[in-house]
Design a protein around this ligand. Structure first.
Ligand code: SAH
Length: 216
């Protein structure tokens, strides 16, 4: 990474991520490896390491760095894990996951974002990310079950199909609530069933699809 962005990235990790309690060295190392400025338009590159989400076109956003770190840490990933992400967007979250997990399957419903993210993964040689252009609320049945599922858009409720595609021992994280504010819910599955805990409030763009919000 170029020196200027490397410094901005280090500052971001200290001020926004470590200081707020993210401790998993795998998460911190993954974030340090991914050049976040390449996931936004040229005009926004200097703001890429700031403490906020940024627009990525099509009225969508790249999540705030801390949220990416928190969601990634909550999945407790190991190097053997296969992860499903719904909402590729800029591709940044998938890129971070791919530095820890074995393989990342990521789905995006907007064609232009899907194409852009794909090209960037190629350029950065992130060969363990598999992309798909479709409605992610129905999951990716042929590739399941997954060790982890992450939904990076806000849902009105937890899509049961995604829980069904979670392996026993699997972890899932998803923002659930109204169009304007949600709660970040963590779901774990074991032999006895499924458990839910709340990680606190958050605000995401809408998850739109068969098992979520309707288009308009
Ligand atoms: N993880 C992204 C965040 C992008 S914002 C990042 O790191 O940049 C959420 C994304 O979810 C948007 O790109 C939106 O188009 C997408 N999305 C919304 N509903 C979806 C669905 N049903 N299936 C797949 N992607 C969806």
């Amino acid at each position: 990474m170029n020196k200027k962005y490397e410094r901005l990235c280090d500052e971001m990790i200290q001020r926004q991520i470590v200081s707020r309690g993210i401790t998993d060295p795998k998460v911190i190392s993954a974030i340090r490896q991914v050049p976040r400025h390449l996931f936004v338009s040229e005009a926004l590159m200097d703001q890429a390491y700031g403490d906020f989400p940024l627009p990525i076109g099509e009225q969508q956003t790249i999540s705030q760095p801390y949220i990416v770190a928190e969601m990634t840490q909550s999945l407790a990933l190991t190097p053997d894990d296969r992860v499903l992400e719904i909402g590729t967007g800029s591709g940044y979250q998938a890129a971070v996951l791919s530095r820890i997990a074995y393989r990342v399957y990521t789905i995006e419903r907007l064609h232009s974002l899907y194409i852009k993210a794909r090209k960037l993964f190629d350029k950065l040689q992130y060969h363990n990310i598999v992309t798909r252009y479709s409605d992610g609320t129905t999951g990716w049945k042929d590739e399941g079950a997954f060790d982890a599922v992450i939904v990076t858009a806000g849902a009105p409720e937890i899509p049961q199909v995604l829980v069904d595609q979670l392996a026993v021992g699997g972890r899932m994280v998803i923002p659930v609530g109204s169009r304007y504010s949600q709660e970040l819910i963590k779901i774990t599955k074991d032999r006895k069933g499924v458990r839910q805990t709340s990680l606190g409030g958050c605000r995401f763009v809408k998850l739109i699809g068969e098992h979520a919000w309707r288009e308009s």
